[in-house]
Write a protein that binds this ligand. Structure first.
Ligand code: NAX
Ligand code: ADP
Length: 287
């Protein structure tokens, strides 16, 4: 079944959108990243910074007041959107082109309700990662949330690591990673980015690609949050789901490889401009 799978190469990243003379911050893609509680803001900040670096022109972090104050102490370029009691995430995300939900979000019933609200009410491309996937695994195929994800018409990209994948689809043999990724993509009607030393990207239509490019120094907290943000940033700029996922996987691996030993997640974000400069059309290149 994996015979038709493509190895993700630089060509995937050459397809990313570039700004032109008519670009301004609001038409380069507006990305929303949903933040968790006040002690858990780092993961969303990593995702938001990655989405911003990869070209989204306007990136907002959406957080409850206690977390918004923490964000305000850290953020310079990202906008902070305070979520007052009773406000629905789907309402706050109106006007954004894509959204990332899950990194360090939380696992309570209220969080599960928020995930269901956004999955149902946000009709644009959505990246579900981390806690959003754990909550999805809890409801299982018969649950409201699973059914709501299946019913979405806008692209949904999920980015499970092996532990999160098992919560969604159960145990699998290591040599069946491609097959189980495709099966989950079909079962959930989503694009699956099944992370690890080999990362597989699978769609419900049967597209399949893989990357084994990334340094094992990627095995470090927050690197998956960066990947989720990269995908979100590319989706916000209008890239199709599978293309955005493949490009983000290549960019994350290439930026990480440029750092190597000592890598921590934020370094991937910092290494991106150099990687992008190697890809950008000549007239936009830094000299
Ligand atoms: N800067 C931050 O604030 C960060 C916050 N994070 C958040 O921390 C919370 C816990 O994240 P975890 O990723 O530990 O998720 P989980 O706590 O959901 O899963 C970890 C469990 O899964 C198992 N597992 C199996 N295969 C694994 C694999 N390939 N990679 C990771 N775990 C695997 C582990 O043994 C462990 O028991 C999430 O909310 C996450 O978003 C992380 O994203 C790291 C960075
Ligand atoms: N051994 C490895 N070799 C290459 N890449 C890895 C390895 N382990 C993890 N990664 C990559 O690092 C990232 C880790 O993501 P994840 O586990 O979700 O981290 P976090 O939740 O802390 O952000 C993924 O992109 C994954 O593909």
């Amino acid at each position: 079944m994996t015979e038709g799978a493509n190895s993700i190469s630089k060509a995937a990243a050459l397809a990313i959108p570039w700004p032109g003379p008519d670009s301004h911050k609001h038409n380069r893609g507006r990305l929303a990243v949903i933040c968790g509680g006040p002690l858990q803001t780092g993961a969303a900040r990593l995702a938001a910074a990655a989405g911003h670096r990869v070209g989204a022109g306007w990136v907002s972090l959406i957080a409850a007041p206690e977390a918004a104050v923490i964000l305000a102490c850290h953020e310079t370029e990202r906008l902070i959107l305070e979520r007052r009691a009773g406000a629905q995430l789907s309402d706050l995300c109106e006007g954004f082109d894509a959204c990332v939900l899950g990194p360090a979000f939380g696992l309570s019933e209220a969080h599960a309700g928020d995930v269901l609200d956004l999955v149902t009410g946000f009709a644009k491309p959505l990246v579900l990662d981390a806690d959003a996937l754990t909550l999805l695994g809890r409801t299982g195929p018969e649950g409201d949330l699973w059914q709501a994800v299946r019913a979405r018409t806008a692209p949904t990209i999920i980015t499970p690591h092996a532990g999160e994948f098992e919560r969604l689809a159960g145990d699998y043999a290591p040599d069946k990673k491609a097959e189980v990724s495709l099966a989950l993509a079909q079962a959930l009607n989503v694009i699956v980015v099944h992370k690890g030393a080999v990362t597989w990207v699978a769609t419900p239509e049967g597209d399949l690609a893989f990357s084994d490019l990334a340094t094992p120094f990627c095995a470090s907290a927050g690197t998956g949050d960066v990947l989720a943000g990269l995908i979100g940033g590319l989706l916000a700029q209008g890239m199709a789901g599978f293309d955005a996922a493949c490009a983000a996987v290549w960019l994350q691996a290439s930026a990480a490889n440029r750092i190597g030993p000592g890598l921590i997640a934020g370094d991937i974000v910092s290494a991106l401009p150099a990687i992008l400069n190697d890809l950008v059309p000549e007239e936009l290149k830094r000299n």
